[in-house]
Ligand binder design. Structure first.
Ligand SMILES: C[S@@+](CC[C@H](N)C(=O)[O-])C[C@H]1O[C@@H](n2cnc3c(N)ncnc32)[C@H](O)[C@@H]1O
Length: 228
């Protein structure tokens, strides 16, 4: 496989642990991904390879299950610098940890950068709101569109290259198309590759139309908070 022609704005159906080895060092602006939470060795690899293939000032934002945080923090970060956790507040959906008598309503992502810290990104916050948008119909663990859209918008610029090595149904790719960013999607399941291909053909012009007016206004995302 040749970089960039076989990668940019493509869905690569394969094992990201192998495919990412073909991406040259210092190539990617943002790696935004939602791996399989219990496959901790994949995170170890992700930290290591991100450290190489991110450009200087590139960022890694990676979802995880907080029950694994103590294990994940033991992996070497290489050249990645820890920024902080980003909390995704699930509006309207709650889970229950029966064992701990705890109602849950948040997901978490780890945010790293490769030095130096990007000077020109927008001011941001460490939380976002999400709302079910029906994407888990396409993929059991489909990320919802508004939160991915918002993260890409905040953390990158037009034409930047965004990699999702656990592409699933292609939510990151769709948001990139809408925001004029370039994407690279890697997905191991041929079935999900096909679904993602189809979804990328039908990217709406406006996010709010796509989710039937359920979009949470930017003002609310930026100005309110601290309730998680
Ligand atoms: C949590 S899901 C991602 C869902 C995605 N964010 C979406 O919105 O549809 C993780 C995905 O990673 C894929 N996957 C698991 N191991 C992989 C690997 N080694 N290489 C590439 N994809 C992999 C799974 O097939 C699954 O679709």
């Amino acid at each position: 496989m040749n970089y960039p022609e076989d990668f940019i704005n493509k869905i690569i159906c394969g094992d990201c642990l192998e495919v990412m080895e073909n991406i040259p060092d210092n190539s990617i602006d943002l790696i935004l991904t939602d791996p399989v939470y219990q496959k901790l060795e994949d995170y170890k690899f992700l930290f290591s390879i991100s450290s190489s293939i991110l450009k200087p000032s590139g960022q890694l934002i990676c979802y995880f299950a907080d029950m694994y945080l103590p294990d994940l923090l033991k992996f070497p970060f290489g050249e990645l610098k820890w920024v902080k956790l980003i909390v995704e507040r699930n509006v309207g959906t709650k889970g229950t940890l029966w064992k701990y008598h705890c109602k849950t309503g948040c997901k978490h992502a780890m945010w790293f950068f490769k030095s130096p810290f990007p000077k020109d990104i927008e001011w941001t916050t460490d939380f976002i709101y999400s709302k079910p948008d029906g994407n888990n119909v396409k993929h059991q663990w489909g990320k919802n569109y508004p939160s991915i859209y918002e993260l890409i918008k905040r953390h990158t610029h037009p034409n930047d290259i965004i990699l999702d090595p656990f592409f699933g149904s292609g939510t990151v790719g769709r948001a990139c198309k809408l925001l004029n960013r370039r994407f690279i999607g890697i997905e191991i399941s041929p079935e999900y590759c096909k679904i993602a291909e189809e979804r990328l053909k039908k990217v709406p012009k406006r996010l709010d139309k796509f989710i039937n007016g359920d979009f949470i206004p930017k003002e609310k995302i930026i100005l309110s908070g601290g309730d998680c």
